[in-house]
Design a protein. Structure first.
Length: 492
């Protein structure tokens, strides 16, 4: 049985009014720290991944085509968010969210070690698979654990998620800077090794503070019956065997990985919505809230289809079009991936303060989602201001573009994390977070797929069309604000 209740017991209420961490509960500091180091390793590795794949062997890379490289990066990114299903299921059915988070972080570190030590595409396959599986578990459960620190009606919740998001971006800022420097001076595998060290530091820090989390986070909400274990183990074995067969027969290749991930995410998303909406354990109010998430799910997928091109199109743009000269010194390509995180660090606190100050007067969630999607489309249109030519785009223009990325992100991403915990039915708490991440998975895989159509020499149509789609979807969500809010049944 789930131990989650809408009204916490008196001692739980007292704990949740803890204000020792910038006005937030003290356990948030530990989750802030482990997620910071996990993102350091994640984005540090991802900042050099696509160029490792398409750089020539003489430059230390693997020399595959840019279209295949971006497809691999998109498929991997989508697989990370797809793996949140597995992480949520293990949490809800086997060992609880707190233990799942710790075990997943260990798997992430093993993946970075594999990337650092194993050569060629074999190392990429093993390393990215482990990082994807582990990161999926970290993402779903870290978010759920943050949500566990607050009562449902606690007005600090969005501000707490914004601070948590700041921790993510401190790691995302430092990771590409340091791995990029090592990659430039020592080689790609040294950069991957630093990512492994960062994850090790995060694990150590978390181990010392994990007992401060609420006791309910170590309980299993919906335990798996012993009689069901063999059946689920067989399903897992069949799925693993199917992947091996598809790879050996050539049906699944490096070039079409993004297509496979998109297909799997699409099916999984429909199945999850049907499962939750059709469950007899979901009340009418909870079902209405899940329905409200459908248009927001679509908007979120569109947003991330553009946003996640930071690691594909924006990286290629920075390699081929950006003037990276800084007073006679050429900035490493991966450093552009630190521009957005530092902006989030600066402005996340501002957004948190604004939402806290406004309280119940802040815009409702559909408005935030709609505005975030519109801003993302405008950010893509700003690429059209590029003067053209090889290494001619000024760094200031890219910085302004990424500023627009940041504004869209802060409107939609931390709010989406918070929303998934507020709309979640009691028996599908962590799995509702996984459903949110499925929308990000679709967008991330689509970002890799779309990047295959990007041509630095003919980019006007690319940025124009994708920007227009995002703006249009955002405007539709804004127009539907009232009916979506009614379906949310009291959740703002």
């Amino acid at each position: 049985m789930s131990t989650r209740t809408d009204t916490p017991a008196p001692h739980e209420a007292e704990e949740r009014r803890d204000t020792r961490f910038f006005g937030q509960p003290w356990p948030l500091a530990n989750l802030f720290g482990v997620e910071m180091w996990e993102r350091f390793s994640f984005y540090g590795m991802q900042g050099i991944l696509v160029i490792y794949l398409y750089f020539s062997a003489s430059e230390g890379g693997l020399g595959i085509s840019e279209a295949t490289a971006t497809g691999i990066v998109g498929a991997y990114g989508g697989a990370v968010y797809l793996a949140t299903i597995l992480g949520a299921w293990v949490s809800d059915r086997l060992i609880g969210p707190e233990r799942t988070l710790f075990a997943s972080a260990v798997v992430v570190m093993a993946g970075h070690v594999a990337l650092a030590l194993l050569p060629g595409l074999g190392g990429v396959g093993v390393g990215l698979s482990l990082v994807a599986i582990g990161s999926g578990g970290v993402k779903a459960n870290a978010t759920a654990l943050v949500g566990s620190l607050y009562a449902e009606d606690d007005s600090r919740r969005d501000a707490g998620f914004s601070l948590f998001y700041m921790g993510i971006n401190i790691g995302a800022f430092a990771g590409p800077l340091l791995t990029g420097l090592l990659q430039e001076n020592e080689g790609f595998h040294y950069g991957f090794g630093l990512a492994a060290i960062g994850m090790g530091l995060g694990l150590t820090q978390y181990a010392f503070g994990r007992r401060s989390l609420p006791e309910e986070t170590r309980e299993v909400p919906h335990p798996l019956e012993p009689s069901e274990r063999a059946r689920y183990a067989a399903v897992l074995a069949v799925a693993a065997a199917a992947v091996v067969v598809l790879a050996l027969t050539g049906l699944m290749t490096a070039g079409n990985l993004a297509d496979w991930v998109l297909g799997i995410v699409s099916v999984a998303s429909v199945v999850y919505f049907v499962l939750i909406l059709g469950s007899r354990e979901v009340s009418a109010t909870e079902r209405s809230r899940v329905w409200s998430f459908v248009p927001l799910f679509i908007a979120n997928a569109v947003f991330w289809s553009l946003y996640q091109q930071q690691f594909t199109v924006v990286t290629i743009f920075s390699d081929k079009r950006l003037d990276r000269d800084l007073f006679g010194w050429e900035m490493p390509i991966s450093w552009v991936n630190s521009i957005n995180p530092v902006m989030v660090i600066v402005f996340a606190g501002v957004f948190a303060a604004v939402w806290t100050k406004l309280g119940d007067r802040q815009p409702v969630t559909p408005v935030k989602f709609g505005l975030g999607t519109v801003v993302m489309g405008v950010a893509f249109w700003s690429f059209l201001l590029n003067p053209g030519g090889e290494h001619a785009a000024p760094l200031l223009l890219l910085a302004l573009t990424l500023f627009a990325f940041t504004m869209g992100e802060l409107l939609i991403s931390p709010v989406g994390l918070s929303l998934s915990t507020k709309l979640a039915p009691a028996r599908f708490h962590t799995q509702m977070v996984a459903l949110y991440f499925l929308s990000v998975a679709f967008g991330t895989a689509m970002a890799g797929k779309l990047a295959g159509y990007y041509d630095p020499e003919h980019e006007t149509g690319y940025f124009l069309v994708l920007g227009a789609i995002s703006v249009a979807v955002g405007l539709v969500v804004l127009a539907l604000t009232k009916p979506i809010t009614r379906l949310m049944a009291g959740v703002r």
